[in-house]
Design a protein around this ligand. Sequence first.
Ligand code: ADP
Length: 301
Amino acid sequence: WTAHSRPLGRDDRGSQLALLVLRDETDVRRTERTRADFLANASHELRTPLASLSGFIETLRGHAKEDPGARDKFLGIMQAQAERMSRLIDDLMSLSRIELNEHIAPAGRVDLAMAAEDVIDALAPQARDKAVTFDSILPPRGAAVVEGDRDQIVQVIQNLVDNAIKYTPKEGVVRVEIFPGLTAGTASAARDPAAARLSLLTPDLSDRDERYAGLRVSDKGPGIAREHLPRLTERFYRVEGQKSGERQGTGLGLAIVKHIINRHHGGLHVESLQGEGTTFGVYLPMAKSLPQKDLATADGA
Ligand code: ADP
């Protein structure tokens, strides 16, 4: 519904009269509005690094030309801005691709342990830069095989582990756990009653369920205040004033995660305690039992 009020003048006792018009917005209009908001946000996000690039180009053409120290510093900033634009465009493309095929059931089988190993290998340089170590608890290959699109599931794990590295302090530990045959919940071994918990997707699959395999990514970063949890998967939503190190995020990572898990009929949980850390839990339907020989190639290898 949208509400508009129209002033209607005053009655004979001098009170202001107004007509309140309530209008039902159709789904089509809502979708149009969401799309327009998205385009406005995306344009704004792309314009910011672009404006910074233009500014530095101007400075370099001017007085910074003669100062090699300043020139190198500005070129470094420009490179970071160009990389940020490139990340934004990649994320926007991913999101639109996922949305296009969100209604098509993903075909394929993915071994979560193998996918997690690949992600940990791929993100090793980022972790090394911050002296962050991984503590991974993975089941044997073939034990946690889910139905899905391998590239998309790798992207889910990658976005969560990338965030964990980004928000964890230097020399911190990022834990990656996979649970075959039951949901991970966001319950950690030492579950803190003060932590805020939220299911970011329905259905809420926080109970044990043999039909799902679970993945949990935990960090010892700053944590996320309770009031931000429901908005984390909104596009471009970022928690104000949070340090993410050198690499500024796009605010699209968790929106992508949510869309992919939705397409896979899975679940997504977050549990966080400020000052202590954050845990994201993902649940995905296990692939139907396969003969052993097929499991060996389940990952499309
Ligand atoms: P970004 O690219 O900015 O990281 P995301 O969609 O991945 O975007 O995350 C949205 C916001 O949620 C982040 O900007 C950050 O404020 C918060 N966030 C995500 N993961 C974590 C985490 N592990 N610890 C603390 N805050 C997080």
